[in-house]
Structures are given as structure tokens and as C-alpha cells.
Design a protein around this ligand. Structure first.
Ligand SMILES: *Cc1c(COP(=O)(O)O)cnc(C)c1O
Length: 460
């Protein structure tokens, strides 16, 4: 390690003159190990991080970093936002870059099969960075008609103030993008599965449509595809492999997994690293290193184990609900009756290659009269409210709360809660009905979850 390239991280005890490559390089390159293994071991034990003797990376908490010389400080500013993969970066100030976040970013890129990841304070900070980085004044965003409520609000309340237009279409038919795209379109944005309706959008098919629209456009006017992969998680689906330009995540959900911390990430190719880092530095929505640490140490390494179990419970619960006389409709990509089963099987698989339909499901109750058509109306809505309220008061394994992807099973009514920002007519038009219920499966024994659901169904 040359003196101008040494690390200013906190454990400097033996870094001064040792060659970095001597440190714990596995015989077989890390890339040859399976992803599930890499999310547990990362590359903590390398000269890049300087945490050579820790089995668990230390919790770092330092707003500023000691610099050995003005020269080194100057070099740090010049290097900021460039990838220096082979050695420890020069740290200057937490808002610029910081080692715990850096380690998490390296592992998030591995999880999604991307080249780089940049983390943010929340999922919304990551989503707004990804979209705003790509949309100068006068450009347009095309989005699927159902979106996470705050993403919808970002596009409709804020972007217009800065001269960025939006148009919605039904991307379950990717050709519908062509109808609303203009020469100013720069971003095609969607979630799949769609929150909360669980419809799927065919990522490769969207890629083909966007490639056609991009034909003949100069590089800086090309349309990027941004996919919110929060619902599926990288365990169940890797959009970058299917043609997405960037993936965004709320780390608050399954990747964090325990519901203790908020976070967000943008993952994609190297060419966006500098711009994302610059955006984060200047808008300031950095992920706190303390939050990064729990996601790095507890969340991401257990993602595969949690998802495998939560997904198993989701199928059991979906099968149970489907058989109940007062349930009108169950939407879960793992059910044989799922309307887009072929697409689900093509698009959603785990690191082991097996079908991975995830841990989220959506269902609707019938009104009291038992008429299936009543699922559209007030009868179903009040049945759902009675049902969810009963669960809130009496269930042990299911909690009424927004958010999802935790070790505890969570239930909510998206129509009036998480998706309140979308106009009623638009919600009804895309299958988001007042009686709809969203369930996020946790790690409880599925027999107990079903028993609590059964008790609640009996009283509505
Ligand atoms: C929660 C969520 C977000 C926002 O993430 P925060 O961490 O709450 O800011 C975005 N998209 C989806 C699909 C989500 O579930």
C-alpha cells in the first residue's frame, strides 16, 4: 500500500506498508461462489475495507475522517464518486462516502447482479434520485398506472414543478407504452409484482418496446427502464438480467427484513455511479451508517433464508384462502390459477433457479350476501374492514400495519391506506378495490397464521 493510497478508516493498526493483496483473498474467486453464500461473507476481509480481523464488520460512526495531508484530502475530492475497487477509498465526510455503507453497496450489487449500488436514507430517496437524475427539465416519465402511493405523488405533485411531465399506461400490455411515449420520454418506470394488486409486468417485453423507441436516438436522449423490485426482492427476481437499466429498492422491506431501519438503494451499471453519488451528496439523503450496519449484518445475509420460508407460508396461506367460501379472489403468483402464471414462472426465480413467487399476496372478501359480484361494492368493503379490524384486535400472528417484508406477518387495506393518494376512479379501473386486503407473510409457523385467518373469517 503506498502512503498516498492508504485507508483513513478506523482500524489502521497494520495498514501502513503491507501489500493489500495478502489479505484473505479466497483461493477461488468470490464470483465463483453462489450468491446466497456471497451475501453472508461479502468481501469484508479485504484491503479495501481494512477490517481484516473482524468476523463481523465494526459499526462505524464517524461524521468526518482524519486526513494525513492536504494532498490526500485533495485526492479524495478528485476521486469522489469514482469506483476504486481495488483498494480502500479515501474517506472525507460521512455524506460523501463511508465504509459500512460501501460494504453494503458492494453486497447489494451482488444480490441484484448489478455493477454498482448506491444507498439512500429511504426507498423514496432512492426512487427520487433514480428518476430525477435521468429527467432534466422538459422531459417525461412514463409509468405503470398503479404505483406505490408516494412514487405516484412524486410524479404528479413534484416533478411537474420542475417541468418534468408524466403519463400513465397499463404496462401489463407493454405496447401501451408506445401510445403515451413522446420524443421527450427518458424514463419508463414500474413495479412488478405491482403493489398491491400483484399483477406482473413482463420486463423483457418492456425492454423490447423501449429498444424500438430508442432506435436512432442519441445516447443522452435514450429511454431508461427503472424497476422497483421491492416486492419481489432480488431473491425472487433480478430485473437487470431481464433488461432493466436500473433497479430501485426500499431496503426498509424484505432486504432489511426485521423492520428496525429504513433505507433505499439504486443498483445498475457503472456509468451511473458518479451521477448517483453526486446527487446523493448534494441532496443529502444518505443512509446512516448505523442503519447500513444492521442491513449489512442482519438483513441482506438472511434474505435468502427468510424469503424461502416466507414464500412457503405464502403458498400455504394462498391455498387456504382460495378454499374459503367468503373469499372472492386470491392473487398470488404461485397459485396455479394465477392469470399470468406463464410470465411468473419465466420471470421470478430464486438464486437456485427454482420458481420464486414471493411472500406477498392480495385477496378480496365477498359481501355478506355471498354474491361474488358484491366484491366490487360496499358489502365487500365493509366485510374487509370488519375482518381487518377483528385481526387488529384479536390475532396474535398478524399485525395491522403498513410496510411489508418483515419477520412478522403484516396486513393492511391498500385502497384507503397505502394507496390513498391515487384517485378512486383510477384505482377501480385497475383492480384496486375498497375490499382488497394485502398480506405480507412473515416467519411465524404457517399453521398459526392460517388459524388466525380462519377465526377472523368466521366472524365477518
Ligand atoms: C415501501 C415502498 C417504497 C418506499 O420505501 P421507503 O423506504 O418507505 O421510503 C417504494 N416502493 C415500494 C414498492 C414500497 O413497498
Amino acid at each position: 500500500m503506498s502512503s498516498k493510497h492508504d485507508s483513513s478508516a478506523m482500524t489502521n493498526h497494520e495498514t501502513e506498508s503491507k501489500p493489500e493483496k495478502a489479505k484473505h483473498e479466497p483461493k477461488k474467486p468470490r464470483e465463483h461462489y453462489r450468491r446466497r453464500t456471497r451475501l453472508i461473507h461479502g468481501s469484508f476481509a479485504t484491503g479495501r475495507w481494512d477490517y481484516d480481523h473482524h468476523v463481523v464488520p465494526p459499526q462505524s460512526s464517524s461524521a468526518t475522517f482524519r486526513l494525513k495531508s492536504v494532498h490526500r484530502g485533495a485526492e479524495g475530492f478528485v476521486e469522489f464518486g469514482t469506483e476504486t475497487a481495488q483498494r480502500a477509498p479515501i474517506y472525507i465526510y460521512d455524506r460523501l462516502d463511508e465504509p459500512t455503507r460501501g460494504m453494503l453497496e458492494e453486497n447489494l450489487a451482488v444480490a441484484e447482479n448489478g455493477e454498482i449500488a448506491v444507498t439512500f436514507a429511504t426507498g423514496m430517496a432512492a426512487i427520487s434520485a433514480a428518476i430525477c437524475m435521468l429527467t432534466p427539465m422538459g422531459t417525461q416519465v412514463v409509468a405503470h398506472r398503479v404505483l406505490y402511493g408516494c412514487t405516484h405523488s412524486l410524479l404528479t405533485n413534484w416533478l411537474p414543478r420542475w417541468g418534468v411531465a408524466h403519463a400513465f399506461c397499463d404496462m401489463t400490455d407493454p405496447e401501451s407504452i408506445v401510445q403515451v411515449a413522446t420524443k421527450d420520454t427518458r424514463v419508463v418506470y414500474f413495479e412488478t409484482p405491482v403493489n398491491p394488486t400483484m399483477e406482473l409486468i413482463d420486463i423483457s417485453a418492456v425492454r423490447k418496446v423501449v429498444d424500438r423507441l430508442n432506435e436512432g436516438r442519441p445516447e443522452n436522449e435514450k429511454i431508461s427502464i427503472v424497476v422497483d423490485n421491492t416486492f419481489a426482492t432480488p431473491y425472487c427476481q433480478r430485473p437487470l438480467e431481464l433488461g432493466a437499466t436500473l433497479v430501485v429498492h426500499s431496503l426498509t422491506k424484505d432486504i432489511g427484513g426485521f423492520g428496525t431501519d429504513m433505507g433505499g438503494a439504486v443498483i445498475g451499471p457503472n456509468r451511473y455511479y458518479n451521477l448517483l453519488m453526486l446527487y446523493r451528496k448534494d441532496f443529502g439523503g444518505v443512509l446512516s451508517p448505523k442503519n447500513a450496519w444492521s442491513i449489512l449484518v442482519y438483513g441482506l445475509p438472511t434474505l435468502a433464508a427468510r424469503m424461502a420460508n416466507q414464500q412457503k407460508s405464502a403458498l400455504k396461506v394462498a391455498e387456504f384462502l382460495q378454499k374459503q367460501p367468503n373469499v372472492a379472489r386470491v392473487v398470488y403468483p404461485g397459485l396455479p390459477c394465477f392469470p399470468q402464471l406463464e410470465l411468473a414462472k419465466r420471470q421470478m426465480h430464486g438464486y437456485d433457479g427454482k420458481f420464486a413467487p414471493g411472500s406477498m399476496l392480495y385477496f378480496e372478501l365477498k359481501g355478506r350476501d355471498g354474491d361474488p359480484s358484491a366484491s366490487l361494492g360496499a358489502g365487500a368493503a365493509s366485510a374487509a374492514e370488519r375482518f381487518v379490524d377483528f385481526i387488529a384486535e384479536h390475532a396474535y400472528t398478524i399485525t395491522l400495519a403498513v410496510s411489508l417484508g418483515q419477520i412478522k406477518t403484516l396486513i393492511e387495506s391498500p385502497y384507503s391506506m397505502t394507496h390513498a393518494a391515487i384517485p378512486d376512479a383510477q384505482k377501480m379501473a385497475c383492480g384496486l378495490r375498497p375490499g382488497g386486503i394485502r398480506l405480507s407473510l412473515g416467519l411465524e409457523d404457517w399453521h398459526d397464521i392460517i388459524a388466525d385467518l380462519e377465526t377472523a373469517l368466521a366472524v365477518v
